[in-house]
Write a protein that binds this ligand. Structure first.
Ligand code: NAD
Length: 441
């Protein structure tokens, strides 16, 4: 098998996801060859094209996707993204990450993902509402509380989730439909803590990783310099929470550019500036930087929290951080993964680092099914428990793989990464269930 390190770089996210999977497979003994194709490829892919009335009286046709990657461990679970670059390969990869994420963090879901190719910045609120409602109507019974459950992702938010719920509820009157979607507003079945769950989970995961001594010389976040790419839901909250935990935020960016200040940026003030102006750019007492400079910023921890394939063959060697915490999904290509590994940079992989979002989505789903409302202490305690276990399982597996590597296992030329360890854990958990459920007929 050609390993990912030997392949030419691809910016197709699904190619990268498959390379990660294949690399992890080299560490697994005795998997039944016949189920590999089933484990890696989507179970079902839905394409819909639908017309929407625009505010100016014109009609525009939109293209939407929903991929159910795997559901052997439970219903599909994964966000809906609105972005011009949404395409089948991207959605398939993001759905695969969800399958592996729900397995490694051990919640009873499979993986799904969806998206509509559109530029939400150019759409009015009422156009976004019509796009969302029509998309949900087109998906019909392919989503549902026990089949496939959407959530927010890039450029979708609690309001989008409220429209999804309302549309589905109108189509299915007379039953409790709250659990069809998570990330809803608190007033209609959302969970406390969901809005900051992705970032809070990545904080808990990072703290546990440091406690386990995986990054030499960095045992806590105290005084640690952090740069964050992408100042949206995940990134801005991560900046605030890491700062509260003792770190210094030295640089942040969004789609319009970045800012740096070695003495530290105040994340609340940056958020206020972004709310007022639409961007972090132009923040007083900061130096303007571009996104390439952000990725190469002199810092201890780099948190990519924007989009996929941001760290590639052409810029990976410039990364100065000692730890990369992947709040975004798939921010490193597999080639970049190997480059940073050679530089001894530790990567806390996306399927662990950003799994706090789906963990609290799971809590929301449970609360909806039971008509319960938990308080923030309960949500945070249970989230922390899940994140600590996911990191411990990953680090324990990584340690075991390292021992095998030193013993010359499989002639594998590359030392294992935390990503390999997390994926091995996830793939084994899924494969066991496939075999335990048995194959029908
Ligand atoms: P968001 O839309 O709230 O924020 C995205 C941010 O990235 C925006 O500030 C945007 O300006 C910025 N951005 C876009 N292109 C950029 C570029 N080239 N350089 C720098 N910044 C850029 O989205 P989000 O929900 O925060 O998601 C961000 C990432 O986190 C995605 O990869 C998403 O899949 C992942 N994620 C999100 C959640 C969640 O619960 N929201 C959960 C898990 C993973």
């Amino acid at each position: 098998m050609t390993t990912s390190a030997e392949s030419a770089e691809s910016l197709d996210l699904f190619v990268n996801a498959k390379q990660q999977f294949e690399q992890a497979l080299t560490w697994i003994d005795g998997i039944k060859v016949g189920i590999i194709d089933y484990l890696i490829n989507p179970k079902r892919t839905i394409h819909v094209r639908f017309p929407v009335n625009m505010d100016d009286g014109s009609i525009q046709t939109f293209h939407g996707f929903r991929v159910l990657h795997n559901r052997v461990r439970g219903p599909g679970k994964g966000g809906i993204r609105y972005h011009p670059n949404v395409n089948e390969a991207e959605v398939s990869a993001l759905a695969a990450f969800m399958t592996w994420k729900t397995a490694v963090v051990d919640i009873p879901f499979g993986g799904g993902k969806g998206g509509v190719a559109c530029n939400p910045k150019e759409l009015s609120r009422s156009e976004l509402r019509r796009v969302t409602r029509r998309f949900v109507a087109e998906l019909g019974d392919n989503i549902g509380p026990h089949t496939d459950i959407p959530a927010p992702d890039v450029y979708t938010d609690a309001q989008t989730m409220a429209w999804i719920y309302d549309t589905f509820d109108l189509m299915h009157p007379g039953q409790n439909n709250l659990a069809v979607v998570t990330g809803k507003p608190l007033e209609i079945g959302g969970s406390v803590g969901r809005d900051e769950a992705t970032a809070r989970g990545s904080l808990y995961a990072t703290e546990q990783l440091l406690k386990r001594g995986v990054v030499p010389g960095m045992e806590t976040l105290d005084g640690v310099r952090v740069a964050v790419q992408g100042f949206g839901n995940a990134g801005s909250t991560a900046a605030r929470l890491f700062q509260e935990a003792g770190a210094r935020i030295v640089a942040v960016s969004d789609s319009r550019g970045g800012i740096g200040n070695d003495s530290g940026l105040d994340s609340e003030q940056v958020s206020a500036h972004k709310s007022k102006t639409g961007s972090v750019v132009g923040m007083p007492e900061s130096t303007a930087i571009n996104n390439e400079e952000l990725l190469a910023y002199d810092c201890d921890i780099l948190i990519p929290a924007a989009l996929e394939c941001q760290i590639r063959e052409d810029n990976a060697a410039k990364v100065k951080a000692r730890l990369i915490v992947e709040d975004a999904n798939g921010p490193l290509t597999t080639v970049a993964d190997r480059i940073v590994q050679e530089k001894n940079i530790v990567v806390l992989p996306d399927i662990v680092a950003n799994s706090g979002g789906v963990v609290v989505s799971y809590f929301e789903w449970v609360q909806n099914l039971e008509n319960q409302q938990w308080d923030i202490d309960k949500v945070d305690r249970k989230l922390k428990n899940k994140m600590v276990h996911a990191v411990d399982d990953t680090v324990d597996r990584w340690t075991a793989l390292n021992t095998r590597h030193q013993d010359g296992f499989n002639g594998n030329r590359l030392a294992p990464t935390l990503r390999d360890a997390a994926l091995v854990t996830a793939i084994e958990r899924i494969a066991i269930v496939v075999l335990q459920r048995d194959i029908w007929p």
